[in-house]
Each structure stands twice: as structure tokens, then as C-alpha cells.
Design a protein around this ligand. Sequence first.
Ligand SMILES: *Cc1c(COP(=O)(O)O)cnc(C)c1O
Length: 408
Amino acid sequence: MKLSDTGLSEQELKDMAKTYMIETYERYDFVAERAEGMYLYDPQGNAYLDFYGGIAVNNAGNCNPKVVAALREQVGDIMHTFNYPYTIPQVLLAKQVCEASGFDKIFFQNSGTEANEVAIKLARKYGIDHFGKHKFEILSALNSFHGRTFGSLAATGQPGSLAQDGFGQMTPGFTYAKFNDLEDFKANVTENTIAIMIEPVQGEGGVNPATPEFIEGLRALCDEKDILLIFDEVQTGWGRTGSIFAWQGYGVKPDILTMAKGLGGGVPIGAMVTTDAIAAALTPGTHGSTFGGSPMCTAAALAETSEIIERNLPANAKTLGEYMIERGRELPHIKESRGRGLLVGFEFDSTVNAVDIKHAALKRGLLTTAIGDSIIRCIPPLIVTKQQVDEAIGILVDAVNAVAAGEE
Ligand SMILES: *Cc1c(COP(=O)(O)O)cnc(C)c1O
């Protein structure tokens, strides 16, 4: 829909949003009307270089032509019908995702938090079926992010945060340990623990990659104690960190893996994959979803994942991610430039504020995200070029200097 079709001015649209919408988001001060490849466009046709990719979603580029074509065709054939009949794109996507992730079975959901909900439910069901009623606790990492619904929210290790505070008692059965601290995880495992759940790279927590020793140690701990290892790859999945899934880059395979964001290239879809033996705990009647795995969303995801695989976008993420982290070290007031693949975090010293930097970059035509007051996160589509990375770094240099000079 174009603003010119509505008869509204840009300001009227923004005012209407303030009047009618519950605002839990810190909005960027522009209207995104159209997107293509690495750019978003406002109603005046101004271009914004996209270094947030709809939060690590549009991995094969905004409005990837193959995804758009697949969606258009599917919408004309069948959009939704619930999971009673077999539908063609759903089954083809199931095979493609299982093969690409190295797992046997998949369950489709509509989002990241839902993918984690089914992972949590499966782990608990498996634990109780195999070891008894006590075995349902999940140990996750402090500073993690697993989603906003009550199960995933309880798995999110952020006690006292805006996400959890004031919502009453969190779902029981979740405990936390320090990320990248194997001893703390060992110390917090009990006879009730059925699963350890982590993000291989904490995204919302500020771009913190797991160390190889930590991840290898968790695998060994889980094997020793009959605990399931769950990787939340909602943000790291589908090429982001330089391999199709982060587990492949680390060489440490979990028992259950969740994905969403980059899976669908912009349509709402999430999924959980696991082994045949673990999947057997979910039998007819134990779980379901009205929209999960709809022909519409799975057709788009089939096209998106084919693009990621056929164009080897993880390789571009690896090369340009390393380049971007290197170039980030040149930024003024930088404290640390870190990440894995194209999940990049620039942490600044306390003399500049990351939210100010984000807004200053936006004014200069670059879209990024800020985490807290000190981190700028860059999660561009994986089709980004070296030249565009250089351009983004150039804009960030100007933006940080303007913030430091008190001009923003
Ligand atoms: C975004 C995110 C989620 C939640 O996904 P939604 O689709 O917003 O529900 C869960 N886990 C991780 C690691 C994420 O980055």
C-alpha cells in the first residue's frame, strides 16, 4: 500500500499510529513504504541502507524476487487450510529444512517464541515420559532471549527486566546460569533438569558468541547426565553466522533446534527440528497450531531457504562479517567490535549513547539497531556487498562523531 493512495500525509499517518496503537516499540522516525534488496524507501523515495534486515529476517534480501514470485503463485492456489490435508510446499520445506539442519523431524509454528514453546513442551514431555514426573526443568542462560510468551519468557534469563517485571509469577520449571561459564551450568544442573537451552550467539543480549569450549562442554555435560541440549537458532539460523546453522560452524550438534526469523524471508514462520527418537514424545493431540506450516508461509520459506543454499549466502556472511568486525575496530569511541558472521555488535565507551548513534545513523540513511545504551547491532541481509559495508562504516563514523560532539 502506498501513502499516496490513502490521501494522508506522513505526519497524519504517524499521528494516527499514536492514537490507535499500543506502542511497545521505539519507532524509527520514518515511514517504510517499499523495500528492495539492501534498501528500504520512504514515501518520498529516500533510500535507507538496511543493516537490520527486519531483525535478521530478510536474509536473502528485502522482497527477494524468488520469494515474492513463490508467494504470489501460492496465494492464488491455496493460502490456508489447516493441517488436515497434506499441502505441497509444507512437505517440500519439511524435507529441505531437515536435510539442511541435519535433523529427522520438523514441527512448524508461526514465530520464534512459538518455536521455543514447542521445544520446551517437547523436552518436558520427553523428560516425564522417560525419567518420571520430576524431570521437566530447563536450565537456560542469564542475559538470554527466547521470546515473549510465558514459556519462552520464563526461559529468558532476564529476571527483573522490563520483559518480565510486573507480569506476576513466571512459569515454574526454569533456572538460569551464566552464559559462557561451564562451571556455573554444571553447578545448576539438578536431578530435575531435562534440558539446557542456549543461543549459540546471544543476539538481543548484546551479541555475545558462545566460546567453543563452553559449547563443547555443554554437549559433554548433557551426554553425561541424560540432558537434552536445545539451541535457539531463531536469530543465528539460516546463514547468519557463516554456516546454515550456527551448530555446524561450532561442530556441536544439539538434540533440539529452533528457528524462525531468517527461515521465511519475511513471512511469519517458525519451526523446531529434532531426532526421530525425541520427536516420538509428541503424538496426535499433544500439540498443534492453526496457522503453523500454512501453504502460504511454507511456499515463501521454501523459496527463501533455496536462495540461501543455492547462492551460498552463509559464505558471504562469514567473509563480510569478519571484514565488518575488523572495520568496526576503526570506529571512534569503540570499546569492542565482536560477533559471528553477520551478527555484529559494536560496543562503545560510555561517552557516547548507542540510541543517539542509531538515530544519527538513520538521519544519514543507515538503519541499525541499538541494544541498551552502549551497543549498535548490525544484522544486514546476507546479500550485502563489501562496498555497502564500507558505506555503513563511513556513516557510523560520522554518526558517532556527531554524537560525541553533542550535535545529535
Ligand atoms: C527474536 C528471537 C526470538 C523470538 O522470536 P519472535 O518471532 O519474535 O517470537 C526468540 N529467540 C531468539 C534468539 C530471538 O532472536
